[in-house]
Design a protein around this ligand. Structure first.
Ligand SMILES: CC(C)(COP(=O)(O)OP(=O)(O)OC[C@H]1O[C@@H](n2cnc3c(N)ncnc32)[C@H](O)[C@@H]1OP(=O)(O)O)[C@@H](O)C(=O)NCCC(=O)NCCS
Length: 192
């Protein structure tokens, strides 16, 4: 039975095009390199990152494996991941990603973390805005979602700075080390 709606996007762009780098003043979003493993390992020693991303890292070798998966996900068009670094020094400031990419419906979820030393200066909102604008305005995505635990007030601040409307609360939708959390669902659609 033929579909009654066309697929919005296909995987070809991701399979034939190298992952782009974005330079926005002092922030650069670039593909991950295996050399980033020690800095990502260090970031995952932070209790905030461990808590909100429900993951810890036991070794640099383990993190190198994560980076291989993050890099490969681009060409599989499932999950696009960028290192957010200082434009001048290339020091790691955080990570920004578009995950759960659903090409037929032109949808994805934006996610982020920043290293403790880089917090409070708008790194996460600027990095997430760069990816959202690119996805909606340059790549033809229709809707970008953003989800966070209702207890993560800092992430809610980021969502609001980005202009992601709060659409509601998904009850008991995120599993964390201390149990299930209600999750805020925010989103921006093309034209917002
Ligand atoms: C949430 C997070 C990504 C925000 O990143 P950021 O680059 O600091 O973003 P902002 O600079 O816009 O700060 C966001 C809020 O964090 C709080 N904040 C400010 N300075 C801070 C600091 N030095 N340390 C911690 N939090 C700070 C403030 O509430 C701020 O909101 P405000 O602008 O109203 O003051 C970052 O704190 C983080 O990585 N936390 C741990 C992991 C996490 O929560 N990831 C998101 C999961 S959904």
């Amino acid at each position: 039975m033929p579909p009654t709606t066309p697929d919005l996007l296909d995987a070809e762009y991701f399979t034939v095009t190298a992952q782009p780098t974005f330079v926005v003043d002092d922030l650069t979003l670039r593909p991950w390199s295996p050399d980033d493993a020690p800095a990502v390992f260090e970031a995952f020693q932070d209790s905030g990152i461990q808590r909100w991303h429900a993951r810890s890292a036991v070794s640099v070798v383990e993190v190198r494996g994560w980076l291989e998966v993050w890099a490969k996900a681009w060409s599989e068009a499932t999950h696009a991941n960028w290192a957010v670094v200082d434009t001048g020094t290339d020091a790691l400031l955080g990570r920004a990603s578009l995950r759960d990419i659903r090409l037929p419906h032109g949808q994805a979820e934006v996610a982020y973390w920043t290293v403790p030393a880089a917090r409070g200066r708008g790194v996460a909102p600027r990095a997430a805005a760069t990816l959202t604008d690119w996805a909606l305005n340059a790549r033809g995505f229709h809707r970008i979602e953003l989800a966070h635990s209702v207890r993560n007030t800092q992430s809610c601040r980021v969502a609001r700075k980005l202009g992601f409307a709060l659409e509601g609360t998904r009850r008991s939708a995120g599993l964390h080390a201390d149990g299930w959390h209600d999750m805020h669902l925010h989103a921006r659609i093309r034209g917002d």
